[in-house]
Design a protein around this ligand. Structure first.
Ligand SMILES: Nc1ncnc2c1ncn2[C@@H]1O[C@H](COP(=O)(O)OP(=O)(O)OP(=O)(O)O)[C@@H](O)[C@H]1O
Length: 345
């Protein structure tokens, strides 16, 4: 369980500490006081990524040289320092030079309003989700993805030079390597979506007429892909890029028999994403034997009082949960309230 959070120059919080005393924490305060920033800092310390920007410099407070997050989670102290020169990570005060050795030691699952893009957005949003989550629990997956991207880059660069050549020797070698690595990534993703789907079936019992299913939607089958690499070199040369492969994969979110992307309303989309994140918590627990912290940003705002209470009562009790809310709760729950105000920064 997270026991302490210390922030320096992180967004609007320039020197801020929280002592965490309960498994359920409510971050309260008006708009713009820094509630999301606190959730973001926990997510950043766990994954080394922000859930709302790829421009990490934005995390550093305006006019400051660095931002630092320190989190005491059980017996471990996680620390991440971000500056113009990049990120430095520490566990129990020892520097962890390779980010891949740092990632996966502390687990976090975030729900934020931006996550609705997971349903409504394009395939790249869902691929990013698969890659991020699988990389958190599997170093092997992270290694395979890095390797795949390297070969893909090489093959795409080669394709640009082959316009007038019929010698595909090197192209075919790179194609073989791409297939070999890509097949393993395919298997990882297929298993992940299958497992997550099983978990979703198990957690989604609280809403009536609410049936969500996930299906892995690979760009092509393994056989079609192999055939393409052996016989369709000309197509790739024409387009100057590798036109098929796992870099174009997707997964389908099916809601009551229809593609949720096209049919789910705003409110339903929100509930689907929440179910997906709860399933993810279970999946992480199963894969790593560790509990992830659940971070819920602005999850209550669109729920009426009855649904708010139902939602809070049904939260998993075996995971630590941080919730941000700009509105006060109506019912008393056994939780730690942290009220932020403008003066905090
Ligand atoms: N790099 C930065 N330096 C200083 N302030 C920043 C930086 N990035 C964002 N901010 C400010 O930090 C404040 C906190 O933003 P945050 O999104 O955490 O608030 P919030 O309490 O979650 O608000 P809401 O209830 O609207 O979601 C905002 O006023 C924002 O303008």
């Amino acid at each position: 369980m997270i026991e302490k959070i210390e922030l320096r120059n992180f967004r609007n919080l320039n020197n801020y500490q929280i002592k965490v005393e309960k498994p359920l924490v409510l971050l309260e305060g008006s708009n713009g006081v820094g509630k999301t920033s606190i959730l973001e800092s926990i997510y950043f310390a766990a994954t080394t990524k922000s859930h709302r920007t790829s421009q990490e410099k934005e995390l550093i407070q305006y006019d400051k040289m660095f931002a630092a997050v320190k989190i005491k989670d059980g017996a471990n102290l996680f620390e991440i320092i971000l500056s113009e020169n990049g990120k430095r990570t520490f566990i129990n005060k020892s520097e962890v030079k390779k980010i891949s050795d740092y990632i996966g030691k502390m687990h976090a699952v975030m729900f934020s309003p931006e996550d609705l893009n997971l349903i409504k957005g394009g395939p790249s949003e869902r691929r990013y989700f698969m890659d991020l989550e699988l990389s958190q629990v599997s170093k092997e997956y992270l290694r395979l993805m890095n390797h795949y991207k390297k070969i893909l880059k090489q093959r795409n660069a080669l394709l640009k030079t082959l316009k007038d050549s019929n010698d595909y020797t090197f192209l075919n070698i790179l194609g073989e390597q791409l297939l070999e690595t890509g097949y393993k990534i395919y298997d990882f993703r297929e298993r992940f979506i299958l497992n997550l789907n099983e978990k979703i079936q198990a957690v989604e019992t609280k809403y009536k007429n609410f049936k969500v299913a996930l299906e892995y939607d690979p760009n092509v089958t393994k056989e079609q892909w192999a055939k393409h690499m052996k016989t369709k070199q000309k197509t790739d040369i024409m387009y100057e890029q590798t036109t098929v492969g796992i870099h174009k994969d997707d997964f389908k979110v099916v809601f009551n028999g229809f593609n949720a992307k096209d049919f789910a309303s705003q409110g339903t989309t929100r509930l689907i994403v929440i179910e997906l994140k709860l399933a993810l918590l279970q999946w992480i627990k199963e894969e790593t034997n560790e509990h992830a912290v659940l971070l819920l940003d602005d999850v209550l705002s669109e729920l009426d009082i009855e649904r708010q209470n139902l939602f809070l009562e049904k939260l998993p009790t075996n995971h630590q949960v941080f919730i941000s809310s700009a509105v006060p709760l109506y019912k008393n729950f056994d939780l730690q309230r942290i009220v932020l105000s403008k003066e905090i920064g």
